[in-house]
Design a protein around this ligand. Structure first.
Ligand code: SF4
Length: 181
């Protein structure tokens, strides 16, 4: 049995895959669009991903096999991007997928319509965040739309690297601990 076999129990509702993307983060990327989004941002380009009952289900195992195949076929593939839809509505299975992605030596970029401050109290979200190299957070805001922003649609969205995510989670934990004393 392969080391990844237990991941077959983690099911992810998916809207689609772009196996070679140049716009969803640095370098050449394997982009996964998850299905289901509660944010309903005005001007969203992916409104077909909003319906939580739409899309198709894949196990984390099946997705990892596809990513491993893409990486073997394309030595320039730098990493995986998970976007949506809202990835953090499926944080638990995606945390397990993310762990497998890192084992494939891919970096991981994740888009979310939540802000990091919203996610710090949710255990499955924290588990997912621990595997993310770059988080692009915040909803798309039509009034703040700028076409020339790299990797983002509107100026309110932030690009948070691993260090910034880790610092935020550390500070958040310390703050929670000190207020509990
Ligand atoms: S968070 Fe993303 S997918 Fe969801 S409505 Fe906003 S822009 Fe669309």
């Amino acid at each position: 049995m392969s080391a990844r076999a237990p991941l077959s129990k983690y099911v992810i509702r998916m809207a689609g895959i772009v196996p070679e993307s140049y716009v969803d983060g640095p370098g050449v990327r394997y982009t996964i669009f998850v299905q289901g989004c509660p944010h309903q941002c005005s001007g969203c380009h992916n409104s077909d991903t909003w319906d939580f009952f739409g899309g198709t289900s894949f196990t984390a195992d099946e997705l990892l096999e596809k990513i491993a195949f893409a990486k073997k076929e394309n030595p320039y593939l730098q990493g995986v991007t998970i976007t949506g839809g809202e990835p953090f509505c499926q944080a638990y299975p995606l945390a397990h997928l993310a762990k497998g992605i890192k084992e494939l030596d891919c970096d991981l970029v994740v888009y979310t319509g939540y802000i990091l401050e919203n996610l710090a109290e949710v255990p499955s979200a924290i588990e997912f965040l621990e595997h993310i190299d770059v988080l692009i957070d915040g909803p798309f805001v039509q009034e703040k739309k700028v076409l020339t922003l790299p990797y983002r649609g509107s100026t309110n969205q932030r690009i948070l690297d691993k260090k910034a995510i880790e610092k935020f989670l550390r500070d958040y934990k310390l703050k929670a601990l000190s207020s509990a004393l």
